[in-house]
Design a protein around this ligand. Structure first.
Ligand code: ARG
Length: 460
């Protein structure tokens, strides 16, 4: 006979190399704690419902607690021949208390067991993701507060477009991270469901109590359908999707910081602790951490696409394909939390070269819209105003001058409506200050946005 826990109907031993291919213990030991938690709840429920007697249940419970301890003290060795964390822990329990350990698996399957473990794993870690996002938002608010009147060039197509308040720029990312947190909160709702008791796929004949196990495990609700409970991985897909969008945000932010600390831009200086030198070029100070976070976005998108692909053709209910759902989740957790923490530290410690940022807005044509608005306010249709300023820009380009450097005579040649008061409107500070439409970069609006963000964040 085959010595596997499921070996009864098998007449041959399995080949070691096939066992290794099929095993998940190499990675699902990451959920050892959750597996024990799930088993403890199962044992308590079996005892409460008298499905197994008190004496056996207490033995099982004591044994599981011992294993938890051994685990903490790193005294546990897992065996690849036992395939996964579930059968490894059952074997450890058998070593401790003998064949009575076999009663733990009454009214349970590895299918609802593995689903329970993964729900618990993610449910325990989503709050950590939320906390890291909260801390990043707090730093963004702090930096925005210090930089309401710091002027920077705003870009479209990476070309100077219109000047911005640096606080406005920072708060744009604040908003993205606020949405990320909402997405993870919604994800938590779908993770906070108890699959235990679905058994293999159809429920069980035993008088189990799923409300009790849900309560013990801290799940708010039970899955209402046993078939759904064992085959649903939507909560994982949502997580990987949310993590991917989060990484898009971090990656875009990193890209800008990388550009900004280059010689050509020089807007910021990263703290030394977040950059590295070169092994050949002595002068180098490379923004490695920002690049690495940008780079790591790729693996997270990969995990999402991998699981979407794995899931798409799967018939109900459990299929071994589902064993592929876990590594991406573990890796994503281990990637996004440190990425968030490192990014937050980088943002907190970087120095902003305010002078250089503002200067970059003073020798360009990013005040051209101001000029056109000025003419439009005098009643000229905006399209016409746009054309007039376009001509002035062309004149400026040929004479190597910016708009504010053209004389009033030169302006008059193109439009007599232009008066001396135009010059005051052409400074970048003024251009920012006057953009006070709702959600605009004007200082008054930015202050309002900041107050609301602070209020929302502190209200939690
Ligand atoms: N190691 C398996 C997994 O990760 C556990 C579930 C196995 N269930 C089964 N019917 N083979 O999905």
């Amino acid at each position: 006979a085959n010595k596997k826990p499921w070996g009864g109907r098998f007449s041959k031993q399995s080949d070691a190399w096939i066992d290794r291919f099929g095993a998940s213990i190499g990675f699902d030991q990451e959920m050892a704690h959750e597996d024990l938690e799930g088993s403890l709840a199962q044992a308590q429920m079996l005892k409460m419902t008298k499905i197994i007697n008190k004496k056996d249940a207490d033995l099982i419970i004591a044994g599981l607690k011992e294993i938890e301890n051994d685990l903490k003290e790193h005294k546990v060795n897992f065996d690849v021949r036992l395939e996964d964390i579930h059968m490894n822990i059952e074997a450890l329990l058998t070593e401790k208390i003998g064949p009575v350990a076999g009663k733990l698996h009454t009214a349970r399957s590895r299918n609802d067991q593995v689903a329970t473990d993964l729900h618990l794993y993610l449910k325990h870690r989503l709050p950590e993701v939320d906390k890291a996002l909260f801390q990043l938002q707090s730093i963004l608010i702090q930096k925005a507060e210090e930089n309401i009147t710091t002027i920077m060039p705003g870009y479209t197509h990476l070309q100077h477009a219109q000047p911005l308040s640096y606080a406005h720029y920072l708060l744009a990312y604040y908003q993205m991270f606020a949405r990320d947190r909402e997405r993870f909160a919604f994800n938590l709702k779908h993770t906070d469901l108890n699959p235990l008791g679905a058994a293999a796929l159809a429920g069980t004949t035993f008088p189990i109590n799923r409300v009790y196990t849900a309560k013990l495990l801290g799940f708010s609700q039970n899955y209402e359908n046993s078939l759904d409970a064992v085959s649903d991985r939507d909560f994982v897909l949502e997580f990987l999707n949310n993590a991917s969008i989060l990484m898009v945000h971090l990656s875009r932010f990193c890209e800008e910081l990388i550009l900004w600390c280059s010689y050509e831009f020089g807007y910021i200086e990263l703290d030394e602790s977040y950059s590295t030198g070169s092994s050949i070029m002595p002068q180098k100070n490379n923004p490695d951490m920002a690049e690495l976070i940008r780079g790591k976005s790729g693996r997270i998108f990969g995990h999402l696409l991998a699981l979407l692909t794995t899931m798409k053709g799967l018939p109900l209910a459990y299929n071994k394909d589902l064993q592929e759902d876990k590594e991406g989740v573990f890796d994503t957790i281990k990637t996004i939390i440190p990425s968030l923490k490192i990014f937050t530290g980088m943002l907190k410690t970087l120095k902003v070269n305010k002078k250089r940022m503002q200067q970059a807005t003073e020798h360009d044509f990013s005040n051209a819209t101001e000029f056109a608005d000025y003419l439009a306010e005098k009643g000229i249709p905006f399209r016409e105003a746009h054309r007039i300023v376009g001509e002035l820009v062309l004149k400026g380009i040929t004479e190597k001058k910016n708009l504010q450097d053209l004389t009033l005579d030169q302006m008059h040649n193109i439009s007599p409506l232009i008066k001396k008061d135009i010059y005051a409107k052409l400074t970048s500070k003024e251009a920012v200050a006057r953009r006070n439409s709702l959600g605009g970069t004007g200082f008054v609006q930015v202050k309002k946005q900041l107050e609301k963000a602070k209020h929302d964040l502190l209200a939690e």
